[in-house]
Ligand binder design. Sequence first.
Ligand code: AMP
Ligand code: MG
Length: 362
Amino acid sequence: MKFIILFDNIPLVMKKSVYKLFFIFLTAAFFSQSCAEGEKEYHKADFALGTVCSVKIYTNKGGREVEKIFGKVFSELNRLEEIFSANSGHSVLQNVNDNAGKKSVEVPAELYSLLERAVYFAQKTDSAFNPAIGAVVKLWNIGMENPSVPTEENLKKALKKIDYKKIELKNGSVFLTEEGMQLDLGGIAKGYAADCIKTILLGEGIERGIIDLGGNVCTIGLKQDGSPWRVGIRNPVIGNDRSSAAYLEVSDKTVVTSGDYERFFEKDGKIYHHILSSKTGYPAENDLRAVTIVADTSADADALSTSFFVLGLEKSLQLIKSFPGVSAAFFMKDNSVTLAGKKLEVFKILDDKLFIRDNLMQ
Ligand code: AMP
Ligand code: MG
């Protein structure tokens, strides 16, 4: 049995340089493997967008051409990082943040439209998904160097700076109307980037492949034998998260998971993870361990997985009704799994401790 192992379980507190070293064997150009009928498998992975990005394609193009294609893919990822990063001092997003309360900033059309989409999800989820949550994210610094539990006072102050309704989008420009506000697109940008990479690969005539941007998986076409891709879902139990909890089969779809095991730190025996509640400022807490979304576009799947993780099972089951075409698997802390939304042809549990409580897919 062969399925894709997702890459995003490497401790993100690792310094970027160490991280890079760690993946040198993957980045050594790319490697290829022969497949039937002249098609070869080519694979390249590198560090971008704060995570390990892996792209696998199947083609009968020559090595030189593939090298060029990979070159385009990874420069696209770097280009996107320069726009969307909330952690680089010089991204376009950072410039918008630096001008909070001061002035409106003209931004590239793709940042503008991703912000519109992010605000749409904020409206649909009553701020559970919140692209203006940056001030709180920065206080915790989870997944970065020296994360810490903020003081109540600092948290209270930061909570006053996260109202997404104060993001003013007008004529291609963005204005954060309150000083100290900060955008953070960490919950949607990797998905958008995966969509961009898929578009590039399709434009280059690639008919099958897998893009995995730190667990945001996007599939292209079908496998060469005409069967769908089998995508493994990482075990959401912290400590077991190098194994797969389940797998599903898809073609031309994206599979995105949000879970508390992705980025977290431990303090005084308590785990603090990276998906935060706009209401409390603390990591969102409910009965969920992880949510996996299957959808057509990775940006939407990314936003939805973060949204559902914050909302919890019951509210998510209501919300998913307004997204036909989207499937979701909810992994609960009691080891039960609930499936909802559009029916998946294949969803199989691999970990014996997990069990399907409800299958509401149709
Ligand atoms: P994901 O891993 O896609 O679920 O997104 C988590 C990332 O999104 C975090 O690392 C933050 O950068 C950001 N984030 C945290 N909490 C929220 C939230 N409630 N809404 C939107 N983005 C968030
Ligand atoms: Mg997300």
